[in-house]
Write a protein that binds this ligand. Structure first.
Ligand SMILES: Nc1ncnc2c1ncn2[C@@H]1O[C@H](COP(=O)(O)OP(=O)(O)OP(=O)(O)O)[C@@H](O)[C@H]1O
Length: 225
């Protein structure tokens, strides 16, 4: 018998946080969706609706209270912390609004970090090729503090691509950039996603960015619609 599994299957995901003053708040109340490999999905929703929380669970950076996440046949919600870490560093690329580059490392060193953390070598050729893909070959030796916001996000995208991820997760990737720079970064992101045939999930308030995705889902009252 042949079974077809979607690339991503999320079933009945629940997540709450315990607040010291006001008790428990339910953020995700049964999120369910599936996604084919190579698709691009935008998750929209008002501020505080739980978009980043959902992305954090998909990235294996936090655990759900209840529910199931399957990515490429791996059941993240059954994994222990060590397996999740291995899965994340091997198969996922993550891009954040605030870039999260290490300030004391150069652009080239930041880009190589995911490979080095896996004990893999990051040769000058690999480094050069990653920098070239984001148009920053001349900036390899610059520290993040010497780069513009758009350049920092390009470095962060190259870093996310270093491990050749199956899935790219992006949390407001243009949220810290002016309109033109944000459009340039979005152009780069979608070009690379297409070239690499990656699956992309992007969390955003930006309707223009969301509209570039093949699918959009809106998070409201803790569920996706
Ligand atoms: N670690 C945490 N501890 C307690 N509450 C949290 C935590 N992380 C998020 N929350 C709360 O969960 C809710 C959802 O937050 P989340 O950041 O996921 O929303 P969001 O839709 O991404 O918002 P924004 O668009 O403003 O970034 C908010 O009420 C937030 O305060």
């Amino acid at each position: 018998m042949t079974t077809t599994t979607r690339f991503i299957e999320v079933e009945n995901l629940h997540k709450s946080y315990l607040l010291p003053e006001s008790g428990r708040i339910n953020v995700l109340n049964g999120v369910t969706f599936s996604l084919e490999a190579g698709s691009t999905l935008a998750i929209t929703g008002h501020s505080g609706s739980g978009k980043s929380t959902l992305l954090t669970l998909l990235a294996g950076l936090d655990s759900a209270d209840h529910g199931r996440i399957v990515i490429n046949n791996a059941v993240l919600t059954d994994m222990d912390a060590r397996s999740l870490h291995r899965f994340r560093t091997t198969h996922l690329g993550i891009v954040f609004q605030q870039f999260h580059l290490l300030p004391h490392l150069t652009a080239g060193e930041n880009i190589c970090l995911p490979l080095e953390l896996q004990g893999r070598s990051c040769s000058p050729d690999i480094r050069h090729s990653l920098l070239a893909r984001v148009g920053l070959t001349a900036r390899s030796e610059h520290l993040p503090g010497q780069l513009s916001g758009g350049e920092c996000q390009r470095v962060a995208i190259a870093r996310a691509l270093a491990v050749k991820p199956l899935l790219l997760l992006a949390d407001e990737p243009t949220g810290n950039l002016d309109l033109t720079t944000g459009r340039d970064v979005a152009d780069l992101l979608f070009t690379l996603v297409q070239q690499e045939q990656m699956t992309l999930i992007v969390v955003t308030h930006n309707q223009e960015l969301a509209a570039r995705c093949s699918r959009q889902l809106h998070l409201t009252h803790g569920v996706l619609q």
